[in-house]
Design a protein around this ligand. Structure first.
Ligand SMILES: Nc1ncnc2c1ncn2[C@@H]1O[C@H](COP(=O)(O)OP(=O)(O)OP(=O)(O)O)[C@@H](O)[C@H]1O
Ligand SMILES: [Mg+2]
Length: 376
């Protein structure tokens, strides 16, 4: 039976929506407002009505915001009705967080948390983080030579507030990436060391190109120098970053600052970075401890815990892999590393292989009506 659409799809849209193979990954790359979400909702319904996945609750659709999830759910229900398909059971159309929360409540025993765990709001998270960090600043921090007020000023942290803002950003960043406090320390420290080991040679050679990739990586991870947007995971403006680097390192060379000065500067920066990493790790750890004591988890924990649950428990993993015959992700480009890990562990090995070169079928510019060509 031919499926009823909301609107007549373009040939490219139809090709994706009605792709009969379920075991190949599909990735839709097209401009803003060109009908990607339309494709996703219709693919969901086509899978059900074509009999490929007749039970609607065996498809998982993930969206980015609560509004998007609510809209998607309504749209899918409307389309199912339009196609005379009865709706039984609860649809799995969620945000990443909503999905993770549902998973954790279903498996709270295995996760080892109270089923009625408290979910910390974003404001609650901020308050608790501030409290923990203020404690560190007032206590350990005051005794930490590397971060005394003079050092803070040198670091261009105008105040403890600015320092706290950085730590909050780093912790949020670590959580977005799905890193535990120890993993955060290990990764940032290793990056920092690699970066500073590469820097003198690159400066001496008067050629930064080899070090640029490293610098970008480190600065993204440490969230310094280029501000908030880098840490928030926005695409790095390469040109801007390169310019900044040139200004920072080349200008010194051009003005024939002695190599000793560069070395000194490097040592100081490295020491500061180490101190920041120490403080961030300590604050992150303490924060998690406080939450555990209060049977609370925050938004990011949901994703990390769900991923850990699936990765670490073969029975549960198989159960959910069996349950979800197909997974759809809207706004895929905005998926955080932690969210990506969760989807990857949930997808049966062959089902989700996006972004892996030849395995990926990219469907580009399928919508001729759309002049905008920015990927989205
Ligand atoms: N084939 C089509 N015929 C008519 N209207 C369409 C078609 N495909 C999509 N639309 C409509 O175009 C609008 C934008 O579609 P949609 O939201 O799916 O785009 P998108 O690519 O997901 O946008 P965004 O980049 O904002 O996420 C919607 O109102 C949708 O119903
Ligand atoms: Mg969309």
């Amino acid at each position: 039976m031919k499926m009823q659409y909301e609107y007549e799809p373009s040939p490219q849209q139809r090709a994706i929506i009605e792709e009969p193979r379920l075991d190949i990954p599909l990735k839709v790359v097209a401009g803003a407002g060109s009908g990607k979400t339309f494709v996703l909702a219709h693919r969901f319904v086509w899978l059900v009505t074509s009999g490929k996945v007749p039970e609607a609750d065996r498809i998982l659709a993930l969206t980015f915001t609560n509004n998007a999830a609510a809209e998607m759910k309504m749209r899918i229900k409307r389309l199912l009705r339009l196609n005379d398909h009865p709706i039984t059971g609860e649809l799995w159309v969620h945000t990443f967080h909503g999905f993770a929360a549902r998973l954790l409540r279903e498996c709270s025993y295995q996760v080892g948390i109270a089923p009625e765990f408290q979910l910390l709001t974003e404001i609650g998270q901020q308050v608790e983080l501030n409290r923990v960090i203020d404690g560190i600043i007032a206590g350990d921090f005051a005794q930490n030579r590397a971060l005394d007020p003079d050092r803070l000023a040198e670091l261009s942290f105008s105040s403890p507030d600015a320092f706290r803002v950085l730590l909050v950003r780093l912790i949020k960043y670590a959580k977005r990436c799905g890193l535990s406090p120890a993993q955060f320390r290990q990764q940032t420290q290793e990056l920092s060391e690699r970066f500073w080991a590469a820097m003198p040679t690159a400066c001496e050679a008067g050629n930064l190109s080899g070090a640029e990739a490293l610098i970008l990586e480190v600065q993204q991870r440490l969230g310094r120098a280029f501000g908030e947007d880098v840490v928030a995971g926005a695409p790095v403006d390469d040109a801007k970053a390169t310019r900044e680097l040139r200004r920072f390192y080349y200008s010194d060379l051009r003005h024939e600052v002695l190599r000793d000065d560069i070395d000194q500067r490097r040592m100081r920066e490295q020491e500061i970075e180490r101190a920041i990493i120490d403080a961030a790790e300590a604050a992150y750890q303490l924060y998690q401890q406080r939450l555990a004591e209060a049977d609370s988890i925050d938004f990011d924990d949901q994703i990390m815990m769900a991923e850990k649950l699936l990765a670490g428990n073969a029975d549960i993993r198989r159960r959910y892999q069996e349950r979800f015959q197909y997974i759809l992700v809207d706004e895929f480009q905005d998926t955080s590393p932690a969210q990506m890990k969760m989807v990857q562990v949930l997808a049966k090995p062959a089902r989700l292989r996006v972004n892996r070169g030849s395995q990926t079928r990219e469907v580009d510019s399928y919508c001729a009506r759309c002049p905008a060509r920015k990927p989205g």
